[in-house]
Structures are given as C-alpha cells and as structure tokens.
Design a protein around this ligand. Sequence first.
Ligand SMILES: [Zn+2]
Length: 500
Amino acid sequence: MTTKNKLLIRGGQVYDHDGDIHHPRVADVLIADGRIAAVGASLTADGEHEIIDASGRLVVPGLINAHYHSHDTLCRGLFEELPLEMWLLYTLPMGQNRSREEVRARTLVGALESLRCGITTVQDMLGLTPLNNEYTDIVLSAYRESGIRLVFSPMVSDVPPIAMVRHKDILPADIQDMLGTKALPLRAQLDYLEHQFKHRPAGGTLHWAIAPFAPQRCTPKMLEALAGLADRHDLPVYTHVYETRGQALIARELFADHGGSLITYLENTGMLGPRLNIVHSVWISRAEMDRMASAGAGIVLNHLSNLKLKSGIAPVCDLREAGVRLGLGCDNCSGSDVQSVFQAMKMFCLLAAVSEPEPGPGLAHEVLRHATLGNARTAGLDGELGAIRPGYRADLILIDLNDVAYLPFNSAARQLVYTEAGRGVETVIVEGRVVIRERRVTTIDEDALRREVASLMRHFIADYDAVVESRKRAIAHMLEAHRRVWQADVGMNRFIARTR
Ligand SMILES: [Zn+2]
C-alpha cells in the first residue's frame, strides 16, 4: 500500500475520450489527495511524490461496473444456460442467510476479480439477507479492505419474489415457497436505509444508491417512499426492469392500470426522472425508450447475463437512436460468469454490429464512454469519475502495451474493446491509492483468501447439492409456467438465430 498521498504517473499514453483515441498522447498524470491534479507533458514532482514509470503503458480511466450482485459470487461456474426464473430457484437460496465468514469472503472475491480486470468502481445491488447492520458492516468492511470504490445499494422490496414469475398460480404451494412468498415490511426496510445513510455517510470510496428490486416487486407506496428518499438524500436509483419476456407479460397483463407498462408504473409513482437507471430493459418498447430519454433516465445493459439466462437481446441500436443515456454491467457471478467490463464492452459492439446490415459507425470509442463516463453518470458521479482530467477522482488503470494484445498496437480504443482480455491490466489506482502494483494486489492477502474460500466451499457445495435435490420436483412446473409465457404475444421479439 502506498503511504504517500501524492503520485506522479510518468510517461504513459493517457487515454482521452476527446483526444486521439487510437494513439493517445504521452503525458504525465499528477495525483494529490485522491484526485487528479494535472495532466500534461513533463510535470514536475517533489520529494513527496511516489513516481510510477508508465512508459510503454496505456493509462486508462478506471472501468466502472454499473450492475453487479456480490451475493452469488461463490456460485460462479455452477450453472450453464437456464431461463432466469428457473435459475432463481438455485441462486436465491445460495445467496441468503449465509455465514458471516462466507459473506466477507464472497465480497472480497468479487472485489478482487473486479480490480484484476481493471474495474475501479462496482455498483453492488446486493440481496442482503439478513438485512441488518451487522451484515452491512461485514460487506462494507470487506470492500474497504479491498480498496475498490463501491456504489452500494442493498435491494429492497415489499412484494415477495414469487411476483417475478408470470403464471405463478399454476405452481404448487411448496414450489411457490421455494421462490419466496414473504417480503419484509416496508417500514422496516425504509428505516434500515435511513439508518445507513445517517450512520455510514458517503465519503472516500463509499457511495450510496437506492435499489427497489424491480417495479413489480414493490407496491406503489414503497416506490413513492423510495423516490422521496432518493430526493432527500440526493441519490441515484437502480432497479431491474424488463429483463425477461415473462416480465413484459406481467406488465401487459397485471399492470393494465398503468397502460401495461412498467415505465408508466415508475412514472406514476414518482420514480421516472434523471436519478433513475433501469437495469436490462431487454423487453422495452420504442415508445418507452423515448419516454426514458426525455425524462433523462438511463439504462444499464447486461448483455452477458441476458444471453446466458435466455432473457433475450436488449435493442441496443434502437436505444442509441432514442438517445437514452447508457451504461454497462456484468451482473451476477452465476449469470455471466465474469466481472469483466472488457467482455461487456465487446458484446455491446458485436450485438450492435450484427443488428444492422449496413456498415455503421465504429462503436469502440463510444462504448468506452459508456463504461466510464456513462456508468459514472448512473451513480450521479458525473464530473467525478470516468475520465483522466484535472479535478476528477484518481481512479485509473495502467495497461501493459507489451502484452500480445497490442502487438501490433494500431488503436487504443479498438484494442481495449475487441482484444483486451484483462491480461494487460498491470496497475490499478483507486482514489489515488495503488491497489494493484505491477500485478500484485497490495490490499488483501490473495493466497489467504484462496485458502479461506476453499475451506468454505466444502459446506457451500453440500448446501448447494441439497438445494438442487429439493428443486427437482419444481422443474416440470416451472417449465410449464415458462412455456405459457413463451406462447403469449407480448408484441415484440428479442430473440434471433432461428429461422422461424
Ligand atoms: Zn441484477
């Protein structure tokens, strides 16, 4: 860990969104007290500066992951493709009521993976069960220990999880119970949030956000209260909207009072505005996109999990045309199964490419903006994060241009998006603190964490096996509900790669 609060990053090619995106100019970056003090040629340092030689390195704004859940990090690699509603049968119980040791370890694993992949800020929309101060402390102290920047939003909802399933009534009672037929009272959850904002104020690398789980999982009263809370505390809001076809069907059939639209429901409860970010929006209509754009609301795309969980393909070209502000996320560790903004950026460009037959504008440069400036905007941190400019917080990464991904080096923007697998990430700085130095993590003991996880996994896998066994009877019923959803017409298609 660096003991000095001043850094001089000397002689790197500094990526500037508005400069030469293919061959960024060589410059020095001066950092003081966690912020970028100056960017320019031949900056001078005094004896108080630690100097990092960045020659042969690309200096890039720290990547931001605008959608993540740390609660199922240990489920990585346990599943292949499954429809979201069926995947929940396994992933929900494996994230709830776990031991303190496991919660700490899983938080650190996610933070470590993120940092190693050049992510300096993570938005953790955490399903925290139990939702209490003790568990909140465990999570926050693990993040603090890792050194990553956190936009923290424990999820709240006052409608039980089973509300995520259309045709839930055809499921036997015990299978409904598996998905969850209980919710915490509204008041207790609001009190919990108020308590956190008051007793653990944002500062340094901690930022707060508000996360109603999803509109269909919140009563109008809850959404109204949360909109008021966001206003009073000046906080951003993230919520899952239109992730699956089933959710579009729920909107059409169960929210007819709101025109069959979850966006209208959000609007009617005071949620639709510049603070709002909806996550996924695979099944959003063009008219809804236009309303999102004119309200200044944003969309966080998660193509990786949307594909793996069979949710569909978010209409990225239409979203760009509508002018909605965009961000990117990597989503659950058991749904994608990686915390890599590089993969998310590449997927954005590839899906946009295949959706238009004619040559389009190159999007590498644009998606780098979404993953940095756009994601900062989702958290209300525009002007603070996402670029290497004087006054911005000093969150940045050094990429080793000796990696074969840059042999030859033709374009910084294109090779970061299309070629970089994370291997090139060499040094990671958050709030002016070096958390990875020349590929060594300075903040946490990686080997100790590895041993701890190995020991925890014995119990975890035994629990998981028991969950799998208990869910066997649910599969046929869930499949029936799923098929009914597929047979219904929701007025749009978000799947390709079929001839029919
Ligand atoms: Zn999510």
